[in-house]
Ligand binder design. Structure first.
Ligand SMILES: Cc1cc2nc3c(=O)[nH]c(=O)nc-3n(C[C@H](O)[C@H](O)[C@H](O)COP(=O)(O)O)c2cc1C
Length: 345
């Protein structure tokens, strides 16, 4: 089915296509189509359930951050079969992001380049939407948080705290995003000192509440092994719940698309990211002795890619580009493969 409509969607600019699909889904859902979507796409089986960082997931396939930045399509995406949805990245204040066009399809490489720049309506608006979400039905929702472009790095911690406070009551886990390549200087926050400071501050805040929320760190695939060693130390030292590996890459190695496309500024996602993201997962799992859970993301376009991430050490996984190229059936295909291949894992 998706194979039939994909060429039509791909006639539009990627951001326009995104808007068409999400608003269409929303309308369909509103008219009572949610049940039909669930029957057509979602796949439930007790063997798919996972308990990770104290949360119960219906299945291990989640929607990666960036698709539903403002928590507008949580129910709709859940009815396609995702086991969890990560909203954001949100920042304390709304911001428009970079000038359009800022998202590009590299069809030959089954990849995307984006330089969205954290366009979002602000943490408060997302929180309000989630507060009004009726019947969550066991769906796990993550809140991916960042800093405003205008906030200097030495004050970044305040932005993360503001987002954390705004979303605390309405999300199940948090993701500290210091790995987007599209906010100038953001990736410098992955260095040991500023990162430890941000995570320690959030953890202290977390402990003040009766119920704490798992905090995860999302990292870039472009970190060196010694930087990854630092990440392992920081996760252990601050006691955060885990890591999401990885965000988009700045690398353009091995691409077949035209020069104009591959030279677009921004982060690359999709198939060309697959191997590097898996390497990062494997490295972190081995170096830490599986001390914390990892959510694997980057280039999952098939059930085999999904199994590769789990074998490398991931407990859960997320999709973005694979969902665009393969459609919602990919979630069900992965879930089915997990049932059949479970003895190999
Ligand atoms: C258009 C677009 C926007 C994204 N926005 C965010 C974001 O706001 N925050 C974030 O942590 N990751 C963001 N990502 C990164 C994805 O969550 C994911 O880590 C990355 O795309 C690799 O997965 P994939 O190969 O399955 O796409 C974005 C990716 C794309 C393609």
């Amino acid at each position: 089915m998706y194979k039939l409509v994909k060429p039509l969607f791909f006639q539009f600019q990627p951001e326009q296509a995104h808007h068409l699909v999400t608003s269409g889904l929303k309308r369909f859902h509103k008219w009572g189509g949610g049940g039909l979507l669930k029957v057509s796409f979602a796949y439930q089986h007790p063997d798919l359930e996972r308990e990770v960082f104290g949360l119960k997931f219906k299945n291990p396939v989640g929607l990666a951050a960036g698709f539903d930045k403002n928590a507008q399509y949580v129910k709709e995406m859940a009815s396609l079969g995702f086991g969890f949805i990560e909203i954001g990245t949100v920042t304390p204040l709304p911001q428009p992001g970079n000038e359009k066009p800022r998202m590009f399809r590299l069809v030959k490489d089954e990849a995307l380049i984006n330089r969205m720049g954290f366009n979002n309506q602000g943490a408060g608006v997302a929180a309000e939407r989630l507060r009004h979400l009726k019947k969550r039905d066991g769906l796990i929702i993550g809140g991916n948080i960042g800093k405003n472009k205008s906030t200097p790095n030495d004050q970044a911690v305040n932005d993360y705290v503001k987002c954390f406070d705004a979303l605390f009551d309405v999300v199940d886990y948090f993701v500290v995003n210091v790995s987007s390549p599209n906010t100038p200087g953001l990736r410098e926050l992955q260095e040991k000192e500023p990162l430890t400071h941000i995570l320690r501050t959030l953890q202290a805040r977390n402990r003040k509440n009766d119920l704490s929320r798992p905090i995860l760190l999302k990292i870039a695939p472009d970190l060196s092994n010694s930087q990854l060693d630092d990440i392992v130390d920081i996760v252990k030292e601050t006691g955060i719940a885990g890591v999401i590996a990885t965000n988009t890459t700045l690398s353009r190695e091995g691409l077949e698309s035209s020069k104009t496309l591959k030279e677009q500024a921004g982060g690359l996602s999709g198939k060309p990211l697959r191997l590097r993201a898996t390497e990062v997962i494997r490295y972190l799992a081995e170096k830490s002795g599986n001390a914390f859970p990892i959510i694997g993301v980057g280039g999952i376009h098939s059930p085999e890619d999904a199994l590769e991430k789990l074998k490398a050490g991931a407990s859960l996984m997320q999709l973005y580009s694979g969902f665009i190229y393969e459609g919602p059936q990919l979630i069900r295909r992965i879930c089915k493969a997990l049932i059949h291949k479970k003895q190999d894992l």
